[in-house]
Design a protein. Structure first.
Lengths: 94, 270
C-alpha cells in the first residue's frame, strides 16, 4: 500500500461530495476499491487526524504560522465535548 | 493591460481545497507563481496539476531553532523578489486567513508598499471561524482573543466574565521555530497567571478543528490546575478556550428597560 492511495482518498473526499457522504456513512464500502490495508482503513475510519498525518508523512508539520509580534514594542496592526458552550451554563465555576 | 495587482495575499481556509473561495481561486488561476504556506499535499497538487501554476512551498524556510521573525522576512523577500520579475501576479497563499496570526503577509504588504507594488489581500476561513462553528460560540456575548505568548508578555488582564481564547498555545513561550514536543514546564507560567483570575478547578479546553472533511475536531477538557499534565497532547494548532468563570450582571438597568420600549425607539430613530 502506498501513501498515494491514502492521498487519493483525501483528494476524493475534498472534491467528490457523494464519495464523502459515503465515506462518513459507509466507510468500508467507500474505501473498498482503494486497495488500502486494514491498518490504513482504520486510520481513515477512526477520524484520528494526528494519526492520519503521521501515516502520510505530515506528522509534526506546523499547520499555522505564528504571529510573532514579540520583537515589536507595540501592536501594529461542565464538559464541552459533544455539547455546545452556548447550551452549557456560562458560569462553569464560582 | 497593466496588472491591477502585482501580488495577491490570500487565505486558503484550513480544509484542503474545500474552503477555497471563488475569488481566491480566481487569483490562483491568474498567477504566474504561487508561494504556499499550507501543509496538505492535496492543495499543492490542485494548484500545480489542475490550475497548472507552479508552486513553491515556503515551509522549506523553517529551520529547527531558527528565529521565526527572520524566517518570515526571508519568506516575504522571496515573494517580493518574484513579483519584481514576474509578468503576471505572484500569490502567497496561507493556511486559514491571511491576516489572522500570520506575519509574512503583513511584511509583504509593508515592503510592497515601499517598492510600489499593488497588493490585494483576500480573506480565507480561519480556524477561528471553524472553531466557532464547531463549539457553537457566538462572540456577540463578548470575547477576549490573544496570541498565547503575547498574552503573557504583555500581561493582558482577562475579564473572567468574558470568554477567553488563547491561540497558538503549542508555540507558547518562544519566538523560535521548533517541531519538538513540549515539556509540562512550558505551561507553568501561563497556568500561574491564569489562576490569578480563574478558580483552581476551572475547566478549560484544548480545541483543534479538523483539517480533513472526514476527521474529528477535538475539544479536550481539563482543570486549569492540571495544565502541565496536558503537555504531550498540545500541538501547534491547538487553541486554549477559557470559559467565563462568572456572569456579568446588567449594569445599566435603565437601558435594560429601554431596549424593548417602543417609546425609546421613537426617540432614537428619525
Amino acid at each position: 500500500m502506498s501513501h498515494q492511495q491514502l492521498e487519493e482518498v483525501i483528494r476524493r473526499s475534498m472534491e467528490d461530495e457523494a464519495f464523502l457522504d459515503q465515506l462518513i456513512t459507509e466507510p468500508e464500502e467507500a474505501l473498498r476499491d482503494f486497495g488500502l490495508t486494514e491498518d490504513e482503513v482504520r486510520v481513515i475510519t477512526s477520524g484520528d487526524e494526528i494519526r492520519l498525518n503521521e501515516v502520510i508523512g505530515l506528522g509534526g508539520r506546523t499547520a499555522c504560522i505564528n504571529a510573532n509580534k514579540y520583537h515589536h514594542s507595540q501592536h501594529k496592526g461542565g464538559t464541552i465535548t459533544g455539547q455546545k458552550p452556548d447550551l452549557l451554563p456560562r458560569v462553569v465555576s464560582e | 493591460m497593466p496588472l491591477p495587482f502585482h501580488i495577491y495575499v490570500v487565505g486558503l481556509g484550513i480544509v484542503g481545497t474545500r474552503q477555497l473561495t471563488k475569488e481566491v481561486d480566481f487569483a490562483l488561476r491568474k498567477s504566474e507563481l504561487v508561494f504556499l504556506l499550507f501543509y496538505q499535499k492535496v492543495l499543492h497538487d490542485y494548484i500545480q496539476k489542475e490550475l497548472r501554476v507552479p508552486v513553491i512551498d515556503l515551509h522549506e524556510e523553517y529551520t529547527e531553532g531558527g528565529d521565526r521573525l527572520e524566517t518570515y522576512h526571508k519568506m516575504a523577500k522571496r515573494v517580493i523578489d518574484a513579483a519584481a520579475t514576474a509578468s503576471r501576479p505572484v500569490t502567497l497563499g496561507v493556511y486559514g486567513h491571511p491576516t489572522v496570526f500570520v506575519t509574512p503577509t503583513r511584511l509583504i504588504q509593508e515592503e510592497a508598499s515601499r517598492r510600489g507594488f499593488r497588493v490585494k489581500v483576500l480573506p480565507g476561513l480561519s480556524s477561528i471561524d471553524c472553531i466557532f462553528a464547531e463549539i457553537g460560540f457566538d462572540p456577540g456575548t463578548g470575547i477576549h482573543m490573544y496570541e498565547a505568548t503575547d498574552f503573557l508578555l504583555r500581561r493582558f488582564t482577562p475579564d473572567p466574565a468574558v470568554p477567553l481564547f488563547l491561540w497558538q498555545i503549542g508555540a507558547l513561550e518562544t519566538g523560535l521555530y521548533t517541531a519538538r514536543p513540549s515539556r509540562g514546564e512550558r505551561f507553568t507560567r501561563l497556568r500561574e497567571y491564569l489562576l490569578r483570575f480563574y478558580p483552581y478547578d476551572h475547566i478549560v479546553y484544548l480545541l483543534r478543528t479538523a483539517t480533513y472533511p472526514f476527521t474529528r475536531s477535538e475539544q479536550h477538557a481539563f482543570r486549569l490546575s492540571d495544565f502541565e499534565k496536558q503537555h504531550s497532547r498540545v500541538d501547534p494548532i491547538h487553541t486554549l478556550y477559557v470559559p467565563p468563570a462568572r456572569e456579568q450582571p446588567l449594569q445599566d438597568l435603565e437601558l435594560g428597560e429601554q431596549v424593548t420600549s417602543k417609546e425609546h425607539l421613537e426617540k432614537i430613530v428619525l
